[in-house]
Ligand binder design. Structure first.
Ligand code: ATP
Length: 645
């Protein structure tokens, strides 16, 4: 088969034209190709191997056990009684013989049968392509988004939001200390180096508020501090009783992002509490935000303690997710929105009852139960207690699947109370842990009750019976039993005792997680194909329109490269009959995939002046592509070698 057909103006090409250069450059390939093709035969294996320009004569390679290669196993002729030299005459089994590249191989009939059966039962094509999602996924997917070359909009947005948060920086207008240049009028007149600049602190701070807005450029091994809360009047944390701030920061050594939890104005009275920090740093669980280290610093202008946690981009608190929506009734907001404002009993009770309109689906609550108990189990088995099972200290990530499918909880700020309330005089700092573990179980019960009633008011003693009746009416008996057992005596003694109350829900959660993993794998599969096409395009762009290669300015416009340029025009610059741009992603993807696979389909390429038309197969274009990129690549290496020597 001719590898290039020139149906028009085959003999009329002007000497030195781009097409004629290409054709000339292809001539030396033809004898090789035709000799290789002529070697392709259906006769016994061993003849005609080595397709392609770089083909070498076939030499039989011994396998590990010295037998002939499997691919040469087809019996070449009738069984003969003749054995190879040195073969025992007593060996009566008939032998097959086969000549491969001048070497004669002998093998027995049963070996031939084994070799025959060793043929793989299935074959896969030498290319990859976009594949349809599995049937069980496509049913669910069809409802949410149509078939696409890319990941779903929902997942893309979620991932982009996370990456966006990781790149977020402090706004110098809101935090004047964030960028030293914005405080240039306050800077010391002589700053010798950057490090000194980083250590610069405002000398005159009018008030504490201003100090809280000050962001040092560097704190210990962390820089690029970005506050995670909006600037405002500093307030004491309801959980810790201290003013605290959370920052995203980058570790100067690893470049990774962490969350710095700063406790303002705290001076540690000893270093014994670091033992607990060391214990916490060893507790790893997917539903726990890992504590990495603790250090003290004066970089903020006061004595601060900073606890470093893993950073979960785009995480929101359980409080923000479920308890921050103002309760709505007939379009009017509840006037008693703030639970800290005292209100008459009936108003509180009504508020609890009103929240029933937007109750959380039960599968989501069970998903939370399983995640939280999993984390608690890990913490308790490490000899520690959480002490912070509060909606403001539980982070939620993942929102790209149906509710309950992907929402992941992470218990945050573990160890903060251990440090804040550390008793330096205690002989055993872990003595109270069993008591705190019991408190964790009660906190879990309260949290589940609040989630089931969709209101923080639900856990107040006065509202308890109303809240339990809401759970009874809207949820399963299992959920009510779990909440009651956590809140009412006799309580479970350990977190392990809670497991039987979860029962078969655990399997349901496993199934949901498995389905989510399958869906994500399917989405990832599409991006794998996109990544492959991107690499193809990157190589293509490195070839086409290159101003020169190896001092040859016309390199990109001649030979193989000219074919690729025409192909690029065909893929991306196609026009309709009316001359309008033809933009079709399916056309682009199909052409690139066929090029990558080296398809034998033919393609009609037209020069830009429309005077010449070339018909080539994708396989030929692929050869042009590989040869051209190899040239560019080798030139790169040549330059590197020259620079090294
Ligand atoms: N490890 C973390 N990774 C990512 N974001 C976090 C992390 N820890 C906290 N945040 C975010 O920082 C913000 C503030 O967290 P913080 O725990 O201080 O909440 P808070 O509601 O201000 O509680 P408090 O009343 O105790 O001050 C929250 O929006 C939370 O999403």
């Amino acid at each position: 088969m001719d590898n290039v057909f020139i149906p028009f103006s085959s003999s009329g090409l002007p000497q030195g034209s781009k097409l004629s250069t290409y054709l000339t450059s292809r001539v030396p390939d033809r004898p090789e190709l035709s000799s290789a093709l002529s070697g392709l035969t259906l006769s016994p294996a061993g003849k005609g191997r080595g397709l392609g320009p770089s083909a070498r004569p076939f030499t039989p390679e011994s396998t590990a056990n010295g037998s002939p290669p499997q691919s040469a196993a087809a019996p070449a002729g009738p069984a003969t009684a003749a054995g190879p030299p040195g073969q025992e005459a007593a060996d009566a089994a008939p032998l097959f013989e086969e000549n491969v590249g001048g070497t004669t191989y002998y093998f027995r009939a049963e070996d031939a049968a084994v070799q025959k059966s060793a043929e793989p039962p299935t074959i896969t094509p030498p290319y990859t392509a976009y594949v349809a999602p599995p049937a069980r996924l496509s049913d669910a997917q069809a409802a949410t988004h149509p078939a696409s070359f890319f990941v779903s909009d929902q997942l893309r947005e979620a991932i982009l939001r996370q990456q966006h948060v990781l790149l977020m920086q402090a706004n110098p207008q809101a935090f004047p200390g964030a960028c030293p240049s914005t405080r240039s009028e306050d800077l010391p007149t002589e700053v010798d180096n950057y490090h000194e600049l980083c250590l610069y602190l405002p000398t005159e701070v009018d008030n504490y508020h201003e100090l809280c807005l000050y962001l040092p450029t560097e704190v210990d091994n962390y820089h690029e501090l970005c506050p995670l809360e909006p600037p405002g009047q500093p307030h004491k944390s309801s959980t810790f009783g201290y003013v605290t701030s959370a920052y995203k920061a980058t570790n100067t050594k690893s470049g990774q992002c962490y969350c710095l939890r700063r406790i303002h104005g705290l001076r540690l009275s000893g270093t014994k509490c670091l033992q607990l920090v060391a214990l916490w740093s060893k507790v790893n669980h997917s539903n726990l935000v890992t504590l990495r280290e603790l250090f003290t610093t004066k970089s903020f202008g006061d004595n601060s303690v900073v606890m470093v946690y893993d950073f979960l981009p785009a995480a929101e608190t359980l409080m923000a997710r479920h308890f921050s929506q103002p309760p709505q009734l007939n379009g009017f907001a509840d006037p008693f929105q703030d639970p800290s404002i005292p209100r008459p009993y009936s108003a509180q009770k009504n508020a609890v009852l009103r929240q029933q309109n937007a109750l959380i689906p039960e599968p989501l609550i069970w998903s939370y139960v399983i995640q939280l108990t999993g984390a608690l189990r890990q913490v308790h088995s490490s000899g520690l207690a959480c002490r912070v099972l509060d909606p403001s200290k539980i982070l939620v990530t993942g929102e790209y699947a149906s509710p309950g499918g992907s929402d992941r909880l992470h218990i945050n700020c573990c160890g903060v109370l251990d440090v804040l309330l550390f008793d330096n005089n205690a002989t055993n700092p872990l003595a109270m842990v069993p008591h705190y573990q019991q408190e964790d179980l009660v906190s879990l019960g309260k949290l589940l009750l609040a989630l089931s009633c969709n209101s923080l008011l639900a856990v107040q003693r006065d509202n308890f019976s109303t809240s339990i009746s809401i759970v009874e009416r809207h949820y399963s008996a299992d959920l009510k039993a779990l909440i009651m057992s956590l809140l009412m005596p006799p309580r479970p003694r350990t977190i392990e005792d809670v497991m039987p109350l979860i029962g078969a829900r655990f399997y349901q959660q496993l199934d949901t997680s498995g389905r989510l993993a399958e869906r994500l794998e399917d989405e990832l599969g599409r991006e794998v194909q996109n990544g492959r096409l991107f690499r193809l395009l990157a190589k293509m762009s490195a070839i086409t329109e290159r101003p020169e290669l190896n001092l040859e300015p016309s390199w990109a416009e001649t030979g193989d490269r000219y074919m690729l340029k025409l192909f690029r025009d065909y893929v991306f610059h196609a026009v309709t009959d009316e001359g309008r741009p033809f933009l079709d992603m399916a056309h682009v993807v199909q052409c690139l995939n066929k090029l990558d696979a080296g398809s034998s389909d033919k393609i009609c390429l037209m020069s830009r002046d429309m005077q010449n038309v070339l018909v080539a197969t994708y396989a030929e274009l692929k050869q042009c592509f590989q040869r051209s990129f190899q040239e560019v690549f080798e030139e790169t290496l040549a330059k590197e070698d020259a620079a090294a020597s």
